[in-house]
Design a protein around this ligand. Structure first.
Ligand SMILES: Cc1cc2nc3c(=O)[nH]c(=O)nc-3n(C[C@H](O)[C@H](O)[C@H](O)COP(=O)(O)OP(=O)(O)OC[C@H]3O[C@@H](n4cnc5c(N)ncnc54)[C@H](O)[C@@H]3O)c2cc1C
Length: 186
């Protein structure tokens, strides 16, 4: 069983996966390759002078894989609560995890089909978003959401930061104590 399955490998999902895998959690990212970030040219991401969206997405994928996160290209069709966590179903398989994180960008169809509570979106072009608690929990047990699909400001620095924030909350819950990841200058 995976510790965390993440739907979406844009800035929110890959950033969450990076934190989860680096924390030693068995992490799977399932992505349907429809990232809006792949259409962007970015000059407002802290720490980067400028970067193309495709390069940011590729760098994020490489970073999360470096720490052991697995990546599969597929669409998550539905999510269900289980006795031990949650499961995700694609066209090919149903996979179980202790926690599932939705990082599906502007797309909320899978959350909606799964009976997860949705609300009106806060920004132009984002019609609806997943309703989350301040920690990132959705209305379905063991299912969380981060980034654009969770109603965050549609900017890469914000969505990637929120992916990390919610991942830290999930890792902390798995560990039973607050998690911090600080490397020290070598
Ligand atoms: C033209 C354009 C220009 C932009 N320019 C800027 C800019 O200059 N600066 C800036 O900060 N931001 C910019 N943005 C916004 C930025 O791209 C987003 O704010 C942010 O990156 C979204 O991150 P995300 O991870 O939430 O979503 P996304 O990057 O959209 O990633 C979501 C991922 O989830 C996957 N997915 C969705 N549903 C499923 C499913 N059911 N199963 C599996 N996978 C699924 C998708 O395939 C996708 O890969 C721009 C956006 C656009 C469209």
């Amino acid at each position: 069983m995976y510790d965390i399955i993440i739907a979406g490998a844009g800035p929110a999902g890959a950033s969450a996966a990076l934190f989860a895998a680096k924390a030693g959690k068995k992490t799977l990212v399932i992505d349907s390759d429809q990232s809006m970030t792949k259409k962007a040219w970015i000059e407002n991401h802290y720490g980067r002078d400028k970067i193309s969206g495709p390069d940011l997405v590729e760098t994020g994928l490489a970073q999360m894989k470096k720490f052991g996160a697995e990546h599969r290209q597929a669409k998550v069709l539905s999510i269900d609560s289980t006795d031990t966590g949650a499961s995700v179903t694609t066209e090919e398989e149903t996979i179980e995890a202790k926690h599932v994180l939705l990082a599906t960008g502007a797309l909320t169809d899978t959350a909606e089909k799964s009976g997860i509570q949705i609300k009106e979106g806060p920004e132009p072009r984002i019609k609806q978003v997943v309703d989350i608690t301040p920690e990132g929990r959705t209305s379905l047990d063991h299912v969380w959401a981060a980034g654009t699909c969770a109603g965050k400001s549609v900017h890469t620095i914000v969505t990637s930061g929120h992916g990390a924030e919610v991942a830290i909350n999930i890792i902390s819950e798995l560990n039973g104590e607050r998690y911090v990841d600080h490397d020290v200058l070598k």
